[in-house]
Design a protein around this ligand. Structure first.
Ligand SMILES: [Zn+2]
Length: 451
């Protein structure tokens, strides 16, 4: 019903408070999934979920008094994208089949070199709108190296309303910024990161946060890794970087850090591991490395579409979950071709099916509702904000999306379609038949985001 009626209905939902009637599917903090085919969702003035419950049988007053009826659409928790590069969106889909280091040099570094404050002012608002249009309400992103472009990007997020963690990329070798010398870059980069933390970390009641962001071990000296980890620890900011994405990269890290036991040990020795650290990819890890990540409660951002796009490999998700590592999903744009976390769930499910079949892995395979949990609640857990967002439960902040599953019907919208009321099948269709137009709105703290 993308009609005048729908437009009018959504007009009433720009800011809290409001109450809607719709179907609800959500993971629960205590485990499992809640499905309410006909639900009442009340968002209070503060942008929190006051009530999420079955539609009361005898409530004539409610039906008439200011409730917006969105049935048969579905309300889901907002999705969490744990890994993407803000300046890279214009390159999405280009350079398939190259290995990581070649792709970075050929496509990415030239793009990031041009990401100054002006470019950020133009691009960042569009990136946030695109994320919201894809159903993402929380994003953990990398910027480029320039401090003023980070300020411009944070300002755009403040205005847009998305929940954002962002960091200035730090690099003191294999880098693209010629305006500063090799000797000065470490101190300058730390000072810039420190100032950005002071300006943005925790802003708007914690909606905006900072992640200290050394790019990866190939681009950073040991001193930069160590000092950046110390800065994150001292300020309470996150620390994010890439780990074990592809074989060439791993060989290069072994050459650059001959004293480290393995790639994970490079970050470990630098003081980088811990529950406030998010490592992207982690495709190729030994049992020792997996155990060490679990032991330190280090978080993992799984970026399956990107891993296939750059032929990086297949991350063994079930193995990590069994080890107790907290894992969420990342689009990794632009190495991932699209921002949709539903598309990420699909890529992850295909990879997992392949891994299980090829390796005769007997571990349990994720089902559609498990993928929804990974893309929402577990994403929030990776960031340590699962008390606030990630599921639709009374008392939490109202970060949610509105989805029209009829858009994913295979034939059209007629009687020939095999309709479903089963929550697992609904999510299955959203994952495997993702369409841009199925996302009809995204809200953070009950405030509708521009898409
Ligand atoms: Zn990345």
């Amino acid at each position: 019903m993308r009609s005048v009626q729908e437009k009018a209905a959504l007009q009433g939902l720009l800011r809290p408070p409001f109450t809607v009637r719709a179907q609800v599917i959500t993971p629960l903090s205590a485990g499992g999934t809640r499905h309410l085919p006909d639900a009442l969702v009340e968002i209070d003035r503060a942008g929190k979920l006051a009530r999420v419950e079955a539609w009361p049988a005898d409530s004539p007053g409610l039906a008439e008094g200011g409730v917006v009826d969105l049935r048969p659409m579905v309300v889901l928790p907002g999705l969490v994208d744990l890994h993407a590069h803000l300046p890279q969106l214009p390159n999405a889909g280009l350079g398939a089949g190259l290995d990581l280091l070649t792709w970075l040099q050929r496509y990415i570094f030239p793009l990031e070199r041009g990401f100054n404050a002006d470019a950020a002012r133009r691009l960042a608002p569009l990136v946030f709108r695109s994320l919201a249009a894809a159903g993402t309400t929380t994003a953990l992103l990398y910027g480029a190296v320039f401090e003023d472009s980070l300020d411009a990007s944070f300002a755009a997020a403040e205005e847009h309303g998305i929940r954002l963690v962002l960091g200035k990329v730090m690099m003191d070798r294999l880098r693209y910024d010629d305006s500063i010398g090799d000797k000065e870059v470490l101190d300058a980069s730390l000072a810039q990161s420190q100032r950005l933390i002071e300006r943005w970390h925790g802003r708007d009641g914690g909606r905006l946060r900072y992640a200290v962001t050394p790019r990866f071990a190939v681009s950073c000296t040991f001193e930069m890794l160590r000092e950046s980890a110390a800065l994150a620890a001292a300020t309470g900011a996150y620390w994010q970087t890439h780990l074990a994405e592809d074989r060439h990269e791993i060989e290069e890290v072994a050459r650059l850090f001959p004293d480290a036991i393995d790639y994970t040990d490079v970050y470990d020795k630098a003081g980088g591991l811990g529950p406030r650290t998010i490592l992207a990819h982690c495709v190729h890890l030994s049992d020792r490395e997996v155990a060490r990540l679990a032991e330190t409660q280090t978080r993992v951002a799984h970026c399956p579409a990107s891993n296939f796009f750059l032929s990086s490999g297949a991350m063994p998700l079930a193995r990590y979950l069994e080890a107790g590592i907290v894992v969420g999903l990342g689009s990794d744009v632009a190495a991932g071709p699209e921002l949709s976390i539903f598309a990420g769930m699909r890529a992850g499910a295909y990879i997992q099916s392949g891994v299980h079949t090829m390796l005769r892995d007997e571990r349990p395979r994720l089902k559609p509702l498990d993928w929804l949990r990974l893309g929402s609640y577990e994403g929030a857990r990776v960031l340590g904000i699962e008390q606030e967002v990630g599921s639709l439960e009374a008392g939490k902040e109202a970060d949610f999306i509105l989805v029209d599953p009829s858009v994913t019907a295979p034939v059209g919208r007629g009687a020939l379609d095999q309709a479903t009321d089963d929550p697992s099948d609904i999510i299955s269709r959203l994952m495997y038949r993702t369409r841009d137009e199925m996302i009809r709105g995204a809200w953070v703290r009950g405030r509708r985001l521009a898409t």
